[in-house]
Design a protein around this ligand. Structure first.
Ligand SMILES: Nc1ncnc2c1ncn2[C@@H]1O[C@H](COP(=O)(O)OP(=O)(O)OP(=O)(O)O)[C@@H](O)[C@H]1O
Length: 272
């Protein structure tokens, strides 16, 4: 099998990096008197790794929450796959191919790695709860198909050795990998990663970087990630958008952003 041209389920991959997959236009989000995001616009192109960076409180997580429907901005609009979105809910965004991971791992701690990743297949299950409970007939066939996808993901992420272990007992780096696995089980077109390397040691970071790049290269998944480690951001990303105090202050390639005086000032804490 040539994984370069296949997705997780072995279907052919159609990569046309460059088209806009999602665009954020003039988004503003307020919480009472707090302006979390002010008039921000940027786009995410199909097949790219797009980083969202900025100092603490800049509005990065709020932006991911707007993209996947956790928050609904008071102003502006989001267009996904050419369709202007109304107020979608997170499960609708997920059904449309947008999956995410969280800053703090959000897994079912008492459940095994395998079962946690299996929960990522929920939206793909067509048989009713009645059939699934019986584990009979069409539901059985369907479960076998879903298990196959999940086992492929487990192989891909090299976590066979922990497939039966409860995730709450795993080191943090591995929990983050399981969370990535659960997001991948949704076969997303757009994967949102909120600080995927937070709390990891160097070796775990290197592993996670490699998996993110492999997901992008092998499955053609578009990735938007928030990350504080600048080395990681510069290595992984095709383009970087920089937020500060809820406003966009820069947008470009890693080299362009690195050389931008506003970005340098923001990270040095220079007052404006
Ligand atoms: N649910 C909420 N209710 C009230 N204020 C919020 C809420 N979520 C975010 N904020 C505020 O919005 C601003 C942006 O927060 P956000 O978490 O998006 O920033 P961030 O760039 O992700 O920060 P960090 O890097 O520290 O995670 C902050 O002032 C924060 O306190």
């Amino acid at each position: 099998m040539n994984v370069e041209t296949m997705n997780v389920t072995g279907e052919p991959l159609h990569r046309d990096k460059g088209d806009v997959l999602l665009s954020v236009d003039n988004i503003s989000l307020r919480f009472g008197g707090v302006k979390a995001i002010s008039d921000v616009s940027f786009d995410i192109r199909k097949g790219e790794v797009r980083a969202i960076i900025g100092p603490n409180g800049a509005g990065k997580t709020s932006m991911l929450n707007c993209i996947n429907g956790f928050y609904h901005p008071q102003e502006g609009q989001i267009t996904y796959k050419g369709v202007r979105r109304a107020k979608v809910k997170p499960h609708q965004a997920a059904a449309d191919g947008i999956a995410r991971t969280f800053q703090n791992v959000a897994l079912f701690k008492g459940m095994s790695t395998l079962d946690n990743i299996m929960t990522g297949r929920t939206l793909k299950m067509h048989r009713s709860f009645f059939w699934q409970a019986l584990r009979h007939g069409p539901a059985m066939t369907e479960e076998i198909e879903h298990r196959k996808v999940v086992e492929d993901i487990i192989d891909f992420l090299q976590i066979q050795h922990i497939r039966k272990l409860p995730v709450g007992k795993l080191p943090y780096g591995l929990q983050k990998r399981v969370e990535l696995g659960r997001a991948l089980a949704m076969e997303p077109e757009l994967l949102l990663l909120d600080e995927p390397m937070a709390g990891m040691n160097l070796e775990e970071k290197e592993d996670m970087c490699r998996f993110i790049l492999d997901v992008n290269n092998q499955f053609g998944t578009t990735i938007a990630l928030i990350e504080h480690d600048m080395g990681v951001v510069m290595d992984l990303s095709d383009r970087v958008v920089v937020l500060e105090y809820g406003r966009k202050i820069a947008d470009g390639t890693p080299d362009e952003v690195k050389a931008n005086q506003k970005v340098i000032d923001a990270y040095l804490g220079v007052a404006h």
